[in-house]
Design a protein around this ligand. Structure first.
Ligand code: SF4
Length: 437
């Protein structure tokens, strides 16, 4: 695609787009509450109403790691830059740029169109015409989609995270060496759909138990039909477990848990060593480190918050957890799951609109997907709130949610003043070298 002259895969980091992102609250907070918390030890103390003898002091603890990963921020930035770089041209995105409703709605407001994904038929590219601009999302697009768009002679802005591209390279390499890719991921997730398009033979395993099933087959054989039935939708076409599991390689969906991907890698390696012997292992098993830490770091930060509930340091304890992130974001659902399974009151919202300030209610989602409304969710008196957000959630979403919390607890609250100058913000870019991708 590079050779077409109609392909961009790096941000230009122009200041006008940065200013527009700040205005719209779709990037890292530089002066708002989140930026101010970041520069004061991830803490905030919000007094209650003036003159209250038992004030509703709210202490906020922001998780050590939270919100936008750098790959997602980079994708949003490139979409904004595309709008500026191609004024007057129709811009399309092949899917949600990221799993966040606020960001996606903002792009719609800017005249960016989303290509419909028609159930059972795939994406409807008929709307895209020659000369249009098409933005590929952070989790990438399949090989077929990229070829189709190249044929349509469109300008492609490829925001695929370099870490995702690194996984594709690993899979491409496995295919060239006639290895089957064992992909730790969810077969229907857009990133994994794109990753499988680089493999000629693959199995998608969603967890360690499914990987164990594959390994048992490698070691002991079994019923090929039952294997195909178990992994229906998660296998390459015509997959034959007897012939196609002799040489394998590991790959991953970047938002899966790092620890689980590593455990699956060790299991596969042990299995192939047992089956073919240590001397021949390299002919039967390929592995490259393609794990991105972003998802794991956000979850570890919530585990730390939970561990502190058992400790003696009162200043680290929270009474409830507020989780902010899109409802179709799987990494955010894990952030909700961690306190929920420990029976710590936790409230997952996608936007601040879920908080009914006047009614003192919140409509929130449980990690398994049920929507619940809780009345009087913010008890009177001093309250300690832990806050986190998913890897596709801009800082402004946390700021809006906390604004609603403070207004609920203090009707006279009028907002947090912006810092007078920009504060250090967000995760640093670490673009990979061309040799790494
Ligand atoms: S989670 Fe990691 S791989 Fe995925 S977009 Fe973010 S930085 Fe990239």
């Amino acid at each position: 695609m590079n050779k077409t002259g109609r392909y961009t895969r790096q941000p230009s980091n122009d200041e006008t787009s940065q200013a527009a992102m700040d205005r719209d609250g779709v990037g890292y907070s530089l002066r708002g509450l989140v930026a101010q918390m970041r520069s004061s030890g991830n803490r905030w103390v919000q007094p209650g109403p003036a003159g209250d003898t038992d004030p509703n002091v709210t202490t906020v603890r922001l998780a050590e790691s939270y919100g936008f990963c750098w790959g997602v921020e980079r994708a949003v930035r490139m979409a904004y830059e595309a709008r500026l770089a191609y004024p007057g041209r129709k811009i399309w995105i092949t899917n949600e740029i990221i799993h966040n409703p606020t960001v996606n709605n903002r792009l719609i407001d800017m005249g960016v169109g989303f290509i419909d994904d028609v159930a059972g038929k795939g994406k409807d590219f008929t709307v895209v015409g020659e000369g249009d601009v098409v933005v590929l999302p952070a989790f990438g697009a399949s090989v077929e989609e990229m070829l189709l768009l190249t044929d349509k002679q469109v300008q492609i802005v490829d925001t695929t995270c370099p870490w995702v591209a690194k996984v594709w390279n690993a899979v491409d390499n496995q295919t060239r060496k006639d290895h089957t890719s064992i992909i730790h991921g969810k077969w229907a997730h857009e990133e994994t759909v794109a990753t499988t398009s680089f493999a000629s033979k693959y199995v998608v395993v969603k967890d360690l138990a499914e990987a164990q099933y594959v390994c048992d087959f490698i070691l002991n054989g079994g019923d090929a039909e039952a294997f195909r039935a178990k992994f229906v939708n998660a296998l390459s076409e015509g997959f034959d477990p007897e012939a196609d599991l002799v040489r394998i390689g590991l790959a991953n969906q970047t938002t899966m848990l790092k620890g689980e991907t590593q455990a699956i890698g060790k299991l596969l390696e042990r299995t192939m060593m047992e089956r073919y012997g240590p001397a021949d292992l390299k002919d039967h098993y390929m592995v490259v480190d393609t794990i991105c830490d972003a998802t794991q770091e956000r979850q570890d930060a919530v585990y730390d918050m939970m561990a502190d509930l058992e400790g003696t340091d009162e200043s680290k304890k929270v009474d409830l957890v507020l989780v902010v992130g899109g409802f179709n974001s799987s990494n955010t659902s894990h952030l909700q799951e961690i306190p929920e399974v420990r029976n710590v009151p936790s409230f997952w919202i996608d936007t601040a609109d879920r908080i009914d300030v006047a009614g003192g209610k919140i409509e929130h989602r449980m990690f398994k997907g049920d929507m619940v409304t809780t009345e009087n969710w913010l008890p009177a008196g001093p309250l300690r709130i832990g806050v986190t957000s998913g890897a596709s959630t801009p800082d402004r979403a946390i700021e809006d949610a906390l604004d609603a919390v403070f207004r609920t607890r203090d009707p006279s609250f009028t907002g947090i003043k912006l810092a007078e100058e920009d504060l250090a913000g967000g995760e640093e870019y670490h673009e990979l070298d061309a040799s790494e991708v």
